[in-house]
Design a protein around this ligand. Structure first.
Ligand code: NAP
Length: 407
């Protein structure tokens, strides 16, 4: 919008820290990918941009509604991503110790509100922990999760992984991750670069088995503690997650039979869905906001003037940062076409009215200076430990670092 128009832009984020998946999704051991944040920062401090973070859109008492946004702006772009996980729909999916990549990634990336780590089974003398985790899916998210679970903790300790995760990973010592792909390796969803990167983790072996040919390794007991391994099992579908009271194993069907894979943790990494926002039409089946090529539509399919959606919230959860930038560009071009052809309704409100509304509704709005203050504090904490940053994981601490005094 800044490049292509003379618009002023207000950026709203429900968390105090902007950046979405770059902060909350990109794996801690991929610091290079996070470099894109430097480019974002140039935009955040553009004189035509107003940052309003720690502000949520919804219908709650301290939220701003979509109708209010529509009233106060000529156009509203929803770039809210997809923050819920899809479900497998198999027995045992809700047992403690069975979790989603969504929750696990949010936990190790320090997202506020996800304090509870995965309840990894600790085991007993009679029934020891296996040191093994099973990840369902072979997309890049599954690979991220596998790397983080199996990497030697001393390597993770040099990244910005959340302290809460580092502590548990050190203690629990998962040393084997089994990834289940329901099709063959050629159809795996990961990208070649991410697959190759697995063999570069010091001390970690990668082994691949094709369940169709009957060559399935023995996985019914604890993993060999002297090895760190990532095991791919293709042509393998989870049928049931079993355990009492916690996950103990997964029953997996392969081309030639059923296998019992003992595990302390099961992570489903089979894709995401957007979270609906009251006031915006939602396609519950696909888990995206109803839209016609990025223009929001209402329940009857009519285009909502000035309403746009982009990224995973528009297309579903596929494609990385590059694909989403392209999607944003296309949506902005559609907006420009709509503006040029008179399809937008200009707001009658001035900008200060919106700022006043937000300040009245949300007690601790954070602006650019507050955001920067949080960033500086996190980096400073990192310097002390030889890490890029040590993230705050509680909104209250972020709000404090941004300069708001505790009530
Ligand atoms: P994804 O690439 O769509 O992978 C989903 C995986 O789940 C596939 O292996 C899929 O298998 C499997 N799956 C789906 N439903 C299943 C079911 N019912 N039972 C068993 N398996 C099932 O999704 P993602 O890994 O969440 O990644 C989302 C997007 O972010 C992708 O475009 C990814 O490349 C991108 N991303 C990129 C990076 C990076 O560049 N480093 C990192 C993270 C994410 P089928 O193929 O058989 O359906």
């Amino acid at each position: 919008l800044l490049d292509r128009t003379e618009a002023t832009v207000t950026v709203i984020d429900k968390l105090p820290t902007p950046g979405g998946l770059v902060r909350a999704g990109v794996a801690p051991d991929h610091p290079g990918t996070k470099g894109v944040l430097r480019g974002f920062d140039l935009l955040y401090r553009d004189p035509r941009v107003t940052m309003l973070t720690n502000v949520s859109v919804g219908d709650g008492p301290d939220e701003i509604t979509p109708a209010e946004l529509a009233e106060h702006f000529d156009a509203v772009f929803y770039a809210v991503g997809a923050s819920e996980s899809r479900r497998l729909g198999i027995p045992g999916e809700d047992l403690p110790g069975s979790t989603s990549a969504t929750d696990l990634v949010a936990w190790y990336n320090g997202v506020p509100g996800v304090d509870e780590g995965p309840p990894l089974r600790r085991g007993t003398a009679d029934d020891p922990a296996t040191g093994r985790a099973v990840v369902v899916g072979t997309g890049n998210v599954a690979l991220d999760v596998a790397r983080i679970l199996v990497s030697p903790p001393e390597l993770l300790a040099t990244t910005d992984i959340a302290d809460r995760a580092l502590e548990i990973l050190r203690e629990q010592n998962v040393h084997e991750v089994v990834l289940l792909g329901r099709r063959d390796q050629a159809a795996a969803a990961y990208t070649a670069a991410e697959y190759r990167a697995l063999s570069e983790i010091p001390g970690v072996e990668v082994e691949v088995f094709d369940g169709a040919d009957g060559q399935v390794p023995s996985l019914g007991e604890p993993a060999d503690p002297s090895r760190r391994r990532i095991v791919f099992l293709f042509h393998s579908t989870p049928e049931e997650i079993v355990g009492n009271p916690q996950v103990q194993a997964v029953t997996v069907r392969t081309g030639e039979g059923r296998h019992h894979v003992a595990a302390d943790l099961v992570v489903r990494s089979i894709g995401y869905r957007s979270t609906a926002i009251p006031g915006l039409a939602f396609d519950d089946e696909r888990g995206i906001f109803r839209n016609a090529d990025g223009r929001l539509v209402d329940e009857s399919g009519e285009v909502v003037p000035g309403g746009y959606v982009l990224g995973w919230a528009k297309r579903g959860p596929s494609g990385g940062i590059g694909a989403n930038k392209k999607c944003a560009t296309e949506t902005v071009e559609d907006f420009i076409a709509d503006a040029a052809s008179g399809r937008l309704q200009r707001t009658q409100r001035n900008k200060s009215e919106f700022t006043a509304l937000v300040r009245k509704r949300v007690r601790t709005v954070i602006g650019y200076r507050g955001m920067r203050a949080i960033d500086r504090r996190e980096r400073r904490r990192g310097v002390e430990q030889g890490r890029p940053r040590v993230k705050f994981t509680q909104v209250a601490d972020m709000v404090g670092a941004a300069g708001w005094r505790k009530a």
